[in-house]
Ligand binder design. Structure first.
Ligand code: CTP
Ligand code: MG
Length: 554
């Protein structure tokens, strides 16, 4: 019971309180999930989009300008909240949320341009707050109500390490890692603001345009500073007017659909590059299977990948979010494994022949299905009702249960996070990657349909392999690292997550210092002798790591 739990808290960034005991965490999480009913994806997205439409982004000299800004902007409407953040540590921005969209329009009607002759006079909801020329008549209050300061700061490695060292168990460390690095409210707000900027920009030509965030920004697995995946949809027909006698004059679509897409994307990329404030470093990757425009929004500090009409990916994000919410252990486990994969060099932010975070997440979800913590997609499909029906890109059936409140039963599995982490490594250490494919849809393995090195069926399009890009060498590297992590965790008294979160180079440095044995180095052959040898060395290693940890704590 909650009373029996040894409760303790510690302070993390910006004074947030974090419960850090597995039992307490579990109690808190289940209480929270009972209290906070699941919000369906569509509702969440719609809420965030409306919030973005009611917000403006203003660059300020420094944090000190916030009170003046608050007083100045209050004349345009009721302010619901102010969120301050910095980009590259020295450029300050405040995202102001108003109560109504009309308040934003009031600002737009009063804002001005500088140096009219030297600039392209584009308007939007991103501004800078210049110092006043004449003495203002507006009284400036010292306290700024509703201000949240420095919302986007990412904990440094040192801060994160210290936090992890202060957690009592490995499971607690996993929760701490998740809580301190997950995308927070302001992180989500600036991502929707970035999407809103494009909508506003192209709405003259396409009044029903929507620019929707998908991927890790909305699927529950996003971390602070993650990239923003966007899909632009410009084909919204107003169905109510189908009988109207007035029909819009339009251009005819090209017979070559790919060419049409390419031309369209080239045009919007040019417009973004030349006319839209804050957008820079625009790169066109238009020959890929899914053509994208990469760009940076320098006011929000977000790296973006923009595609068009790719609705399946949005429904995929909805599915992943649904899974992330089924059980409180899903997100801490995925975060830990993503962090581990990054540390050991399995994932890389550049695209290539290696496993992506998305594929890795599907491996984790599949493992949790095997543990009967998560349902298969087929089960979610059987539970779908009429309003859950979705078809993407005219042919991909993306129908599945969308409201978790209607999921009849949750798991009885009470395995701890630490055990699940270890279980994941063991499960995939023994997995037959050579002949088997992973199917989230069935919740079972299937025979590999082709010779891809790693085969993870796309849950929504089962004929596609989401890890087709992964090379044999990378699968080998994955296997080596899985076994290495499994062995490191097996060390009897090893209760420190940091043991497996060491970057490879650090491990090598430690090897030279004779404190840690890098198992990968010893993994050339799988002979039993070597395994015993390594396991013995691991025991010595964990002893010295624990001493090290105790010393650092002191
Ligand atoms: N996606 C997909 N099929 C693929 C690859 C990606 O449906 N073969 C969709 C998924 O919804 C995925 C999203 O595209 O979440 C974005 O892909 P990506 O940016 O690679 O993954 P993220 O989940 O956003 O992870 P990261 O934080 O690494 O960006
Ligand atoms: Mg992404």
């Amino acid at each position: 019971s909650a009373r029996e739990c040894t409760k303790y808290t510690h302070t993390i960034m910006s004074g947030q309180r974090l419960f850090c005991n597995e039992r307490v965490v579990r109690t808190v999480h289940s209480a929270e999930s009972e209290k906070n009913k699941f919000i369906p994806f569509d509702e969440l997205i719609s809420h965030r989009r409306q919030q973005a439409a009611r917000s403006v982004l203003i660059q300020v000299q420094s944090e000190k300008s916030c009170s003046e800004l608050y007083s100045y902007c209050s004349q345009f409407g009721h302010i619901e909240g102010m969120h301050h953040y910095t980009v590259h540590h020295n450029t300050h921005f405040v995202l102001i949320e108003f109560k109504k969209v009309s308040h934003v329009e009031n600002i737009l009607n009063k804002a001005t341009h500088m140096n009219e002759e030297q600039i392209i006079p584009v308007e939007g909801s991103m501004f800078w707050f210049r110092t006043e020329k004449t003495r203002s008549k507006i009284s400036v209050s010292k306290d700024v109500p509703l201000l949240i300061k420095n919302g986007c700061s990412i904990p440094t490695d040192k801060e994160l390490t210290d936090l992890l060292l202060s957690a009592e168990t490995m499971s607690d460390q996993m929760v701490t890692l998740y809580e301190t690095t997950k995308l927070n409210d302001i992180g989500v707000r600036i991502r929707f603001q970035t999407a809103h900027q494009l909508e506003r920009c192209f709405s003259g030509l396409f009044p029903h345009i929507s620019v929707l965030p998908f991927g890790s920004s909305v699927n529950g697995f996003g971390k602070l500073g993650c990239d923003l995946d966007l899909v632009l949809r410009a084909t919204n027909v107003n169905e109510e007017n189908l009988n109207s006698r007035l029909v819009y004059h339009t251009k005819t679509i090209m017979s070559d659909e790919r060419l049409q897409t390419k031309k369209f994307m080239e045009t919007i990329a040019d417009t973004m590059q030349h006319f839209v404030p804050g957008i820079c470093n625009v790169r066109r990757i238009l020959h890929a299977r899914v053509p994208i425009i990469k760009y940076e929004q320098s006011f929000t500090g977000v790296e973006c990948d923009l595609s068009i009409t790719n609705l399946t990916a949005v429904y995929m994000s909805e599915l992943l979010r649904l899974y992330s919410e089924v059980d409180w252990r899903v997100k801490p486990l995925v975060f830990t494994l993503r962090k581990w994969a990054e540390c050991v060099g399995l994932t890389n932010s550049a695209p290539g022949r290696w496993i992506t975070n998305f594929s890795l997440t599907l491996l984790v979800l599949f493992y949790l299905q095997f543990k009967q913590i998560l349902p298969s997609l087929s089960t979610l499909k059987k539970l779908a009702v009429k309003r859950d029906t979705r078809v993407a890109n005219s042919m991909v059936d993306c129908t599945f249960l969308r409201d978790l409140n209607r999921l009849p039963e949750r798991t009885t599995n009470v395995t701890t996070l630490q055990e699940l982490l270890h279980g994941f490594y063991e499960f995939y250490s023994q997995f037959d990657f050579h002949t088997k494919a992973v199917s989230i849809r069935d919740g079972t393995t299937i025979s590999k349909p082709d010779y891809s090195a790693l085969y993870i069926c796309n849950p929504l399009e089962p004929m596609l392999n989401v890890s087709k890009n992964v090379s044999i060498e990378e699968v080998e590297k994955l296997k080596v690292n899985l076994r290495e992590a499994s062995w490191l965790l097996e060390s009897t008294d090893n209760n420190n997550l940091l043991t497996i979160l060491q970057p490879k180079k650090d491990l090598m440095t430690l090897v030279r210092g004779k404190r840690v044995v890098n198992v990968a180095v010893l993994f050339g052959e799988d002979s039993e002798d070597e395994k015993t040898n390594v396991a013995n060395k691991q025991k010595t290693l964990s002893g010295s790591l624990n001493k090290d940890r105790a010393r650092r704590r002191r």
